[in-house]
Ligand binder design. Sequence first.
Ligand code: ATP
Length: 341
Amino acid sequence: MSGPLLRIEAATVRFGARTALDAVTLEVAAHETVCVLGPSGSGKSTLLRAVAGLQPLDAGRVLLDGADQAGVPPHRRGVGLMFQDHQLFPQRDVGGNVAFGPRMHKVPRGRREERTAELLDMVGLPGAGARAVATLSGGEQQRVALARALAPEPRLLMLDEPLGQLDRSLRDRLVVELRRLFDRLGTTVLAVTHDQSEAFALADRVVVMRDGRIEQAGTPLEVWRRPASEFVARFLGFDNIAEADVSGAVAETAWGRLAVPDAGPQGRRRVLVRPTGVRLDGGAGLPCEVAARGFRGGHVVLRLRPERGPWLDAECGLRDAPDVGERVTVSFDPEDVVVLP
Ligand SMILES: Nc1ncnc2c1ncn2[C@@H]1O[C@H](COP(=O)(O)OP(=O)(O)OP(=O)(O)O)[C@@H](O)[C@H]1O
């Protein structure tokens, strides 16, 4: 099959005066994992629900394998859904939960049992079929929910905040497992999350939404390297943003004169410096006071109050981290300076 597996064309959904989806166009290729990111209320869940057929469109189309899905009920679309609260059937055991879809599709018992065992293996719960749902941890329930969504072999798997309820270390682990699983199965995935690290770890392509529209779409690297707007930059957690006059390869800012890519946007702009590009070099740079510091795994994030200009976040190694109240001077690595369009 050529062409995208999923094509959303100018999809629009209104709730009264509020436009939850505003002419959204998006394609997902077969075997691709696309993660939709955005703040609460930006329309992410509405987009998934529209593709699943749970939310009618006011305008636009959803096509699966080239076929318009208008009038096709959810259970005939061949999409699997896993929602935030991943509600398992409490009265069924793990195997009964996973086999639910295939049973509805009248898959013969032998094949069903084989498939259930295979999927439980795949999600790292071998032999758990007879366990009661109530005896599972949050992470285990999440895996069972995933196996259940995969069991009917959907052509498109849609995940709404798949790891939403879990603590950070479990999420980080599961996200790597999910990525490996999708690669192995060749599953096509459209996932929604408000957690950018999750999206970046899982996705071939990320889509950032704002107020029902797509603000930027690209590979994780593209979006990280070149945020399309201040909104995207701030959403990714980049807060080192200042007004600038850009001329050639130089930006004049309150922090001083920064080197920027030569061929970029010119004139009155805003520039972003990624925290990795704020260097504590002790030279003749911009004097700052360390206002706060926080530990993030192997490195430290410093909150700096510069002599001039907006506050700065800087990343440095554990051993080099200055104390709160210390004075430092910083310079800016041109590699990490981005002129916002
Ligand atoms: N059934 C509904 N009736 C009225 N308004 C709705 C309904 N569902 C969603 N909305 C509104 O549409 C907008 C988009 O909601 P949606 O749930 O798609 O956002 P979201 O990005 O998934 O948010 P979250 O991250 O909080 O789940 C919001 O402003 C929401 O209040």
